[in-house]
Design a protein around this ligand. Structure first.
Ligand code: NDP
Length: 243
């Protein structure tokens, strides 16, 4: 089954990598159920495509009941779910000594619990179907630790571990898993860095070397488009200048 026939649920679809992935998959005629907190952004994205192809649902991925509602909407409309792409994430990075512990909690809740909530909500359906594909946006930050990124690094290392555990546990049920690890991508992610000086420095680097989100979206579509017996376990996609 190629993308054309697939029911695909995407979180963090209101901007950046998620929104661009929606566009790429919608052009390949997938049936999409897209979620994020900014419902106006989701509605604007849906309006780019024909009615009925994209269903929009407001979701905060830190709340399991809202993630379950997103999955249930997809199921009630299409009777199955072929793909869940856990993409939502935040990156308010700061040195450990300067950080507000509340920011640490938020990073872990969105980046780690958000992915776990998605897995928890969709897994019973995919096991029943004996097929499915779960992807998560990880990061080069899930491979390499750098100063000021410790908690974000921790969240993305955790996502890689969770996704690899999921792969090992669920291959027997024909459920594929893909870890998507971008380097610097030109999106709104950097706007949430609390320290003004750090934010400007990161935005400058990202403006200089950051790649367009379409390149990540096309890699996601590549993994989804593989035959059912091919599992693209991980993809690292970074600007050539990034160390
Ligand atoms: P954006 O800020 O453009 O997108 C982040 C998305 O996550 C938005 O759609 C946002 O929607 C959503 N989101 C944030 N918090 C929540 C929440 N609590 N519930 C639901 N949705 C939420 O940045 P990117 O596109 O860059 O980020 C997408 C993913 O890519 C993230 O996981 C990020 O860590 C990862 N990444 C990005 C890189 C980059 O350089 N840009 C590099 C490596 C990884 P809303 O605010 O409407 O809820």
């Amino acid at each position: 089954m190629n993308t054309k026939d697939k029911v695909i649920v995407i979180t963090g679809a209101s901007s950046g990598i998620g929104a661009e992935t929606v566009r790429v998959l919608a052009k390949q005629h997938a049936k999409l159920v897209i979620g994020a907190r900014r419902i106006q952004r989701l509605n604007a994205l849906r309006a780019e495509f024909p009615d009925e192809q994209i269903i929009v649902q407001q979701v905060d991925v830190t709340k399991l009941n809202e993630v379950q509602a997103l999955i249930d909407v997809a199921l009630s409309k299409f009777n199955r779910i072929d793909v869940l792409y856990n993409n939502a994430g935040i990156m308010p990075v700061n040195a450990l000594v300067d950080a507000d512990p509340e920011e640490w909690r938020k990073i872990l809740e969105v980046n780690v619990m958000g992915v776990l909530n998605g897995i928890s909500a969709v897994l019973p359906t995919m096991i029943k179907q004996q097929s499915g594909h779960i992807l998560a946006t990880d990061s080069v930050a899930g491979h390499v630790v750098v100063p000021k990124y410790a908690v974000y690094n921790g969240s993305k290392f955790a996502v890689r571990a969770i996704m690899e555990g999921l792969r090992q546990e669920q291959q027997k049920n024909h459920i594929r898993t893909t870890i998507v690890s971008p380097g610097a991508v030109h999106t709104e992610l950097y706007n949430s860095i609390p320290n003004e000086k750090e934010r400007q420095a990161e935005i400058e680097t990202e403006n200089t070397i950051g790649i367009a989100p379409i390149h990540i979206a096309e890699a996601v579509a590549f993994a989804i488009n593989q035959p059912d017996n091919i599992d693209v376990n991980e993809m690292i996609i970074r600007p050539i200048q990034q160390s």
